[in-house]
Design a protein around this ligand. Structure first.
Ligand SMILES: [Zn+2]
Length: 390
């Protein structure tokens, strides 16, 4: 199966390169914000809906204006890509997948996208448009041999680190079939529990580093505005945030890779992650645990490697159901981690019991879906298919 995969590498720009990239980020951001303003006003004032091509024409006009001459100093391909990104943001908004596009700020992560005609890639060396030296990259993992590059995204995070993310098309081979299946319960106390009883403890990196972060943030707030020391303190805070998110990403990727390689079918509980994020007390830890990221990774890896990924209805009572006899408890507070079934006497670990129930229900649902001719290996069921089976 041909899929798109992104490979991200760190690189270390020369002084000249970082100055040139700063100009590129600035122009890409400027064009994005101007075009956003242009499209928003056209709609508010004339009820006209503009698209990518209208903004591309406008960009040509802007470049003729003497006070916007700086736009010609950077790759025009990058500026067009910026307009395409805005167009995608609008599409996501119209299809109710995202909020209305926001203006980009110089204080956040900066990025610029390079289409294939805006860089060269030869013998493992990348040279960007308007630059002469190749990027000094850390090839932390190899690109697949058959990789066909679609585009590059150059970014600088708030802690000042530079990355190039290479989007490629590559052929992935399905993994060898296995008979094992697994149910996964995700939670706040334990990040994930499998029906085999394996637990992935949530290291809660944010909580662990919270104290340190608080100290750094207090120091930051005491610094004079616009001082050198303030900039340094801000950088320290940003670096700690970067460290936390790196740790989390690695942990989740290792976990989902292992689950996919060992199991033919993966059943999870379809949590309403967005709804839970609105809950003030749970929000921080859940954001930290990044359930949505686990589900997203399991779903696409399952597609790539010929596995079945099946989310259950999120109202399925996986925790309150005894996996031995099927007795349903009236309630089970979050604080209760172990319990005994009043009906059959079985002793349960809360999370493992839930994971077993998810597995059993998933297997049942899968059997039913197969009788309908649904192809389990290729797609996850649509919401309607799931509802029909419930
Ligand atoms: Zn029981």
């Amino acid at each position: 199966m041909i899929v798109q995969k992104a490979f991200k590498y760190r690189f270390f720009p020369t002084d000249g390169q970082s100055a040139q990239l700063a100009r590129t980020f600035g122009c890409a951001r400027y064009v994005y914000n101007q075009a956003l303003d242009y499209r928003s006003k056209a709609w508010q004032q004339q009820k006209k809906s503009l698209g990518y091509h209208d903004t591309a024409l406008k960009l040509t006009e802007w470049k003729q204006e003497p006070e916007k001459a700086f736009l010609s100093e950077v790759s025009s391909v990058v500026l067009q890509q910026s307009l395409r990104n805005l167009d995608t943001a609008f599409t996501n908004f119209f299809e109710k997948r995202a909020q209305y596009p926001k203006f980009k700020s110089r204080r956040h992560r900066q990025s610029a996208r390079y289409a294939t005609n805006a860089f060269t890639f030869r013998d493992g060396r990348i040279i960007l448009a308007k630059q002469s030296e190749p990027l000094d990259m850390v090839w932390s993992r190899p690109l697949p041999d058959d990789a066909k590059i679609i585009n590059l995204t150059i970014s600088r995070d708030t802690s000042g680190r530079y990355f190039v993310s290479i989007l490629v098309e590559t052929d992935v081979k399905p993994l060898k079939k296995t008979k094992t299946e697994v149910g996964i319960d995700v939670g706040i106390m334990t990040l994930a529990t499998t029906s085999d009883g394996e637990k992935i403890k949530n290291p809660r990196p944010l909580v662990k580093h919270e104290k340190r972060l608080r100290i750094l943030q207090r120091r930051l707030s005491r610094k004079d505005k616009d001082s050198n020391n303030r900039a340094k303190a801000r950088l320290r805070v940003a670096r700690l945030h970067a460290k936390i998110s790196d740790t989390r990403r690695n942990m989740l990727q290792q976990f989902t890779t292992k689950i996919i390689s060992e199991n033919q079918a993966i059943f999870v509980e379809g949590l309403n992650v967005v709804g839970m994020l609105k809950h003030p007390n749970l929000a921080k830890h859940i954001g930290d645990a990044a359930f949505a990221e686990i589900f997203r990774e399991l779903e696409y890896k399952a597609k790539w490697y010929g596995r079945t990924y099946l989310p259950l209805d999120r109202f399925f009572p996986s925790s309150k159901l005894c996996s031995s006899c099927g007795h349903l408890l009236d309630e089970l507070p979050l604080s209760v981690r172990e319990w005994d079934c009043p009906c059959c006497g079985a002793h349960h670990d809360r999370d493992i019991n839930a994971a077993i129930n998810i597995k059993l229900a998933g297997q049942y649902l899968l059997k039913w879906l197969k009788t309908t001719g649904w192809d389990a290996r290729k797609v996850t069921p649509t919401r309607n298919e799931r509802r029909r089976s419930a």
